[in-house]
Design a protein around this ligand. Sequence first.
Ligand code: GDP
Length: 483
Amino acid sequence: VPMTVRSLSEAMGRPAKAIMSILFKEFGEMVTINQIIEEETALAVALELGVDLTFKRQKGAQETVTEIVEMEDAPEDLVTRPPIITVLGHVDHGKTTLVDSLRNSKVVEGEAGGITQHIAAYQIDYNGHKLTFVDTPGHAAFSEMRSRGANVTDMVVLVVAADDGVMPQTAESISHVKASGVPMVVAMNKIDLPDVNEQKVLQDLTAQNVLPSEWGGETDVVRVSALKGTGLDDLLETLLLTAELHELKANPNRPAVGVCLEGFRDEGRGSVAWLIVQKGTLRIGDAVICGKSYGYIRAMYDDMDQQIEEAPPAMPVKVTGLDTVPGAGDHFVVVDDIDQARALAEERRHEGRADVLSRHSGGPRTLEDILGSAREGAIQDLPLIIKADTPGSLEAIRSEIGKFEHPEVRVKILHEGIGGVNESDVYLASASNAIIIAFHVVAEDRAQNLASQEDVEIRRYSIIYEVVDDIRQSLEGLLRPEL
Ligand code: GDP
């Protein structure tokens, strides 16, 4: 069985788009989702994405690749690890305050030396259980990481201010979380204010198809005041329960693999990177490749800026020793020897030009591509993001699309909203391989640029029936039965 981009994507559990973009950057190859790829190429892709691949060969079948699977850690090696949590929500609803107060509430007195240091993520200890919080709140950053194939977040806390309810960025955040499939807990914030309307918040959430558990739904809504520090224990307990339910585990006894959350240059320490370990344990002296950077881990610091020797799964650490500054979303892998790391890093740098080129011509991700893959038989989701000028036109498009029926393709609306196409829409589309339908609206300049960088297709329409006709025609053109 030849290996295609699709089967590799399925085997690794990473988006096909991430694979295609690596193939372009590393090898200058523009491929489609059904393209057959070589084993060596697959291995390079896997390394880039921080996935261990083993190739199952049939004996005697002269190197025939029959199946690829991600190198599984044996179940008995898996140990419960802390959840990695990202905080999302509308501007001014209290994300930053919550992230700060959670951290401050758990900092042991006298230990606060590093508190003013910039951190990309931190870990707190609650009754003997650790939780990791990513300190870059915001749904655009959340989906940007996902579009790089770096799914670090296990759970989301959605902050909704009790005096304001669900606002546009709350709705965007909900769409991003739903598209990611990550479980969510709502923190109803600012309950210390006099004019809060809890019922309205619950109603707003319900209107977004987020049914609160107190109303028989699946989403826990915890009342908090990030400012006063009330309800934080309740929130942490809910998060730990959710984590338990999802059985987050990792093997700590293997070479570390993970993601760079952020990199920067430090006067005294050279290039510094915030890494989060996903599997294995990272140790001082490890040879690491991270994106286009490589080096031995020289020193490691925790979120209190204390020097540490090793970092187990889900622990965020600041490291020095990489030769250059890696980027957010770059995967890192510990390799056997530094030569291997250097060779690969240099190869990637050599391809630096391709990197720039890919901003204009990278992985093909058009309606035709998505629909093309539907030919293979299984029902395909066609994910859409709809932006329109008025609630009326949005409603009309939704109802037209609702009538759309097709035996092989199921249209799935990931997000809809009023107003121009923004960067958040593009990141969501990129992370979910969706197409953006812009009805009577244009894309903001930055969103337009981002869309060409990320190879996201924005289709503009001004007549309602054209939207559905266009989808139908493309489908019919692409899905005509083979003769
Ligand atoms: P962000 O934009 O979501 O990160 O929101 P911030 O954390 O910056 O908070 C926005 C404003 O709301 C700030 O003035 C905070 O002091 C205030 N705020 C945050 N949490 C609370 C809260 O629980 N109660 C009250 N009364 N104000 C809060």
